[in-house]
Design a protein around this ligand. Structure first.
Ligand SMILES: Nc1nc2c(c(=O)[nH]1)N[C@@H](CN(C=O)c1ccc(C(=O)N[C@@H](CCC(=O)O)C(=O)O)cc1)CN2
Length: 293
């Protein structure tokens, strides 16, 4: 029976601590932290995720400065919006919700975000800081996975970890964070041969392939920890991840559910990045690590 890596529960605990931290510091700073979630287009899943982010902001006392632009918005206008948010003194964190509509290149737009307001940790400078082990905002989903693993006391030093997926949003920063925690990390991807032979060696399997229910019992060593980063809407309704949970649950020592696992932690780590930026900008202690573990 696998331990449930419950992201909803941990997210709620961290949110409660964040809310207290904001309330304690509000008078000194004079204003609430501000987060701008910039959405372009009408991707339905993005609508759910942005709504969840804005509701979470309201729960903890972060002011939302979101903007929703039409799918046909020219890149120059998106850029102008980012520059306006960069200059807005009420905004501590900026996030450009991905994916963008076809025809918009995310690269230059992500690079236009002030690195000090990069609540997603996706700016080149902040990815470089992660690579070099320097402080800076970390990408929300892998940071949420690390918090879940820490909360459940999953030892990473010397752990054989396999990350399935190499996206800039999850797989690549995930591998770097696990390596920084002294795990031995392999990264599998669409060109990996004999995937199951590799994943069955893993003590920790993080699946961020973006392919519904791709990973099953044949991929998992009994006793392994399995983290399912995927989230997909089934045609018949309901959600599933990249892992066939019913098959894997009896084998794994721990498993993150979908929904209710990594997703809520993605949102919560965005709030953490925003509050850290707010504290930094106002010369307050901004090592909030104890909030997360
Ligand atoms: N700029 C970014 N864009 C996107 C990111 C990101 O980190 N930065 N991540 C992904 C997914 N994502 C964030 O936006 C995200 C995924 C899932 C959830 C979430 O709340 N999941 C719930 C279920 C929600 C539902 O009902 O569908 C759960 O898993 O329990 C929040 C955010 C995309 N783009």
């Amino acid at each position: 029976m696998a331990t449930r890596l419950d992201g909803r529960q941990l997210a709620a605990e961290i949110e409660a601590r964040l809310s207290r931290t904001i309330a304690e510091r509000l008078e000194r700073v004079g204003r609430a932290p501000g987060l701008a979630v910039l959405r372009v287009g009408d991707d339905p899943a993005s609508g759910v995720y942005v709504a969840n982010k804005e509701k979470a902001c309201a729960r903890v006392g972060i002011a939302s400065h979101g903007a929703h632009l039409a799918a046909a918005t020219p890149a120059a206008e998106v850029l102008a919006t980012i520059r306006r948010l960069n200059a807005d003194p009420a905004v501590d964190g900026i996030l450009l919700q991905l994916p963008l509509p076809a025809g918009l290149d995310e690269g230059p737009l992500l690079e236009a975000i002030d690195p000090e307001k990069d609540a997603d940790g996706l700016h080149t400078l902040n990815l470089g800081r992660l690579l070099k082990g320097e402080p800076g905002p970390r990408s929300c989903t892998p940071a949420g996975v690390m918090a879940l693993l820490a909360r459940h006391g999953i030892a990473l030093a010397g752990c054989r970890a396999v990350v399935v997926g190499r996206s800039i949003l999850v797989g690549k920063p995930m591998a770097l964070m696990l390596q920084a925690a002294d795990a031995t990390v392999s990264v599998a991807h669409s060109r990996t041969r004999e995937l199951a032979a590799l994943t069955r060696q893993a003590d920790l399997l993080v699946v961020a392939a973006g392919r519904p229910e791709m990973v099953g019992a044949e991929h998992v060593r009994p006793g392994a920890v399995v983290v399912d980063v995927g989230i997909h809407r089934r045609p018949e309704g309901g959600l599933c991840g990249d892992v066939r949970a019913a098959e894997v649950e009896p084998l794994a020592s721990a498993l993150s559910p979908v929904p209710g696992g990594v997703g809520p932690m993605t949102v919560t780590m965005l709030l953490v990045n925003t509050v850290v930026a707010w504290c930094r900008r106002h010369g307050l202690d901004h090592d909030l690590t104890d909030l997360v573990v």
